[in-house]
Structures are given as C-alpha cells and as structure tokens.
Design a protein. Structure first.
Length: 423
C-alpha cells in the first residue's frame, strides 16, 4: 500500500506541476471577447497573479479544519505541559507573512509577464536560476557555509542557463519574431527568481522556531497576496499603457473571464491545481527521497516540453512550440541544469570537491534544492505532523538554527536547504 501511495504522489506531483505551467501558457494564448467589442488574447499577468493567490489562500481551509479537530481532541494536560516546559512555541503574528508575500507578488508577477514572451519549456528551465540566488542569499543572510561541490553545482547550473537562454534568443531571430521579446522574457524570469529566493530566505529567517506549518505559510501568504494585489491592480488600471490605454485593464480582464468559457475552465482548474499541488508536494517531501523529488522536477520540465511539441504539431501551430535548429542546444542546457541540481544536492558525488556528510546534518530525506518553489518550501516547513525540520519542536530538528547569532564550525553545516509559486 505504501508503494502505491508513493507512486500516486509522484504521479500527482508530476501531473499537477506540469498542468500549472501548461495552463498558464495556454491562458496567454487564448482569444476572448474584449471591451468594448472584438476579441484579443488574455494578456493579464497581474490579474492572473491575484487568482493565483486566491488558490493559495484556499489552503487555509484544511488548516482551519485541522485546528478544529485539535481543539475537539486535546492532548492530555501532562503531555502538553511537558512540551511547553521543554520549549514554548512562538506564535506567528499574521503580519510576518506580509514580507514574503511582497516578494511573492514580485516574483510570480514578473514571471507571469515573462511567460507571455517565451516558450513554456524555456520558462520552466530558466527557473533553475533559483539555485544560484538561494546559494548566494544563504551565505549572505543566513550565514551558511557552502562546500566546493555546492559552488560546482551552481557553476554547472549557470552554464545550463546560458545555453537555454542563448537558444531561446536565437529562436526568436530564426522565426522572424522580435528577438527583444525573447531577451526580455529570459531576463524577466531570471529576475523573478531573485525575488523568489528572497521570499524563501525571509520565510526561513522569520519563521524559524515558530509553530507554523507549510499549509499555514502558503495560505497566509495567499491572503496577504490578495490584499496587496487588489490596490496594485487598481493602480495599474490608471497607469498609461497599451491595454485600453492603461497598463492592465481590470474591467477588460473581468469581462474576458466572464465571456469566455475556455478561459473559465483554464482559470478554475489552474486555481484548484495550485492548491492540490502545494498539498501533494508537502506529502511527497515527507515520504520520498531527494533523488525522487529531483527526478520528478526534471521530468516535469520534460513533460512540459513534450506537450508543447505535441500541441504545435498535432493540434494547432498557434499553440505550443516547434522543434527548431536551436532545440539541440536547449537540450544540452537542460542536461546541464539537471546535472548542476544533482551535484548541488550531493546526489552525484564529486569527492575531489569535498563532498562529505557531517554527523550533525539535516535528515537525508529533506530536499536541498529543486526548481520548484512548492517542493522547496515543503521540504523546509512540510516535514513532521506540525512543525518544519528547522523548528526546535521537531524531532528531526538540527541542533542549531540558521538564524542563530552563534557561529558554527564548518562541519556542523553540510547539507543546505535551498528554496525556490509554483505557480
């Protein structure tokens, strides 16, 4: 039964994660009735951002349900006193989640703009830049020490990113498109990973030692994201631009959503998929190894690429993306991205570069780095029944805190957790 359950988790993670990216690209290729008349494509990345946060906020429903069950089935008073005497949990103020939510708004919003400019498979591959920025931020802000093999993994990842980005720009030239769009799209998706890396660095720094589950973290950031996105959309509706003479027309977006059944299906299933993907990702991080999670993440990119090719050749040339003369170069970059991720996580061992395991390391089943923000967040905050592995309440908690001012010897820090809406 456990084997079947784990297989279903992998299948769910792969299917939902791939659908999130594919449906996002299809939305931006869908023609809908517009104001006052006529049809045009749904180019509303920031309105989409608001709907994404709505899907994340829906995760608070199981959190509230779980809290109700806890209140109705309280533990014995003696056990509760013992836990509180050992180390009282620190309640998380709601405003704490506003800081990473701001980074999430910028990261997911900029990434959504990039999605309109480049192929979905390229977009997914370029998200591998998250490993580079989180490695840097973990050193700068969390005072962690990285070994030589970590930096080797970062270097290989950068080489893969350069190949994929170069192939995307050359495709723009070859297809008589505006190559500036491809350059801008690649630059924007890399910039988005900077804010995503900041988001999860803030999460780890601010929430270490707090009684905050992964579901609560994602749900509360979804609530704050909705609260912030409403005034942002109102401001964008007043700035001069090319969408009905404004930067992004909110009334036009609502009209398109109301008048296009295809868009309604894409948006509705996408929001449900986001919530389910976060939940399944957290369960997967509790039950499966880092090797499996990295493979699932790489397979997801392969599924997206194959689906884009299938759409283009077997459905309509309007959708998807063809195989071009530069696709071989893109494939080489993809292989380097996978290799860099595996080296960084210690899955591919490079003894020359000092790969070693300290006695006081994080649990082996906790993931260090993937291209998936959900998987990375779940690896940190999703382990255990209530607390993440960085929480002092968790049995799997290491004997130190990354936010602790106390310096640690190099051998105390070996495996580093790197995070990256989903979206």
């Amino acid at each position: 039964m456990a084997l079947i359950g784990n297989a279903l988790l992998v299948l769910g993670m792969l299917t939902l994660g791939s659908y999130n990216t594919i449906s996002s690209k299809l939305r931006y290729q869908t023609d809908c009735p517009a104001l006052p008349t006529g049809w045009h494509t749904f180019n509303k990345p920031w309105f989409t951002n608001l709907m994404m946060f709505g899907g994340e906020a829906a995760l608070l429903i199981p959190v509230l349900y779980r809290n109700m069950l806890k209140r109705s089935h309280r533990r014995l008073r003696s056990a509760k006193l013992k836990e509180e005497l050992l180390m009282p949990p620190r309640t998380v103020p709601s405003y704490i989640f506003a800081v990473p939510a701001c980074c999430d708004i910028l990261g997911s919003g900029i990434a959504a703009v990039a999605m309109m400019l480049i192929d979905a498979a390229v977009w997914q591959m370029m998200r591998g830049a998250i490993i580079v920025f989180t490695a840097v931020f973990s050193v700068l802000f969390l005072r962690r020490s990285l070994h030589a093999y970590h930096w080797l993994g970062v270097a290989v990842t950068v080489a893969g990113l350069l190949l994929v980005g170069f192939a995307a720009v050359r495709d723009g030239h070859a297809q008589d498109q505006n190559s500036n769009d491809a350059r801008l799209g690649v630059a924007l998706v890399i910039l988005a990973q900077v804010f995503s890396a900041l988001q999860f660095t803030f999460e780890e720094h601010l929430l270490t030692g707090c009684a905050a589950s992964s579901l609560e973290t994602v749900g509360m950031e979804g609530v704050w994201g909705c609260l912030f996105m409403v005034p942002i959309l109102l401001v964008l509706n007043t700035i001069q631009g090319h969408d009905h003479d404004v930067y992004e027309s909110l009334p036009d977006g609502l009209h398109m959503l109301q008048g296009c059944s295809q868009l309604q299906v894409l948006v509705g299933t996408w929001m449900m998929s986001i919530a389910l993907y976060n939940f399944v990702g957290m369960q997967l991080c509790r039950n499966l190894s880092a090797v499996t999670r990295c493979l699932v993440d790489c397979m997801r990119t392969g599924v997206i690429w194959a689906f884009q090719l299938g759409l283009h050749y077997f459905v309509s040339a309007k959708y998807g993306h063809p195989w071009t003369a530069n696709s071989k170069l893109q494939l080489m970059g993809f292989v380097l991205l996978m290799l860099g991720t595996f080296v960084y996580n210690g899955i591919i061992k490079v003894p020359v570069f000092g790969l070693r395991r300290a006695q006081t390391q994080l649990p082996a089943h906790v993931l260090q780095a993937t291209w998936s923000p959900t998987v990375n967040r779940a690896a940190v905050w999703g382990h255990g029944p209530q607390y993440g592995p960085e929480s002092p309440h968790s049995e799997a908690s290491p004997p130190w805190s990354p936010a602790s001012p106390v310096g640690l010897p190099d051998e105390a820090v070996d495996f580093v957790i790197v995070e990256g809406d989903e979206k």
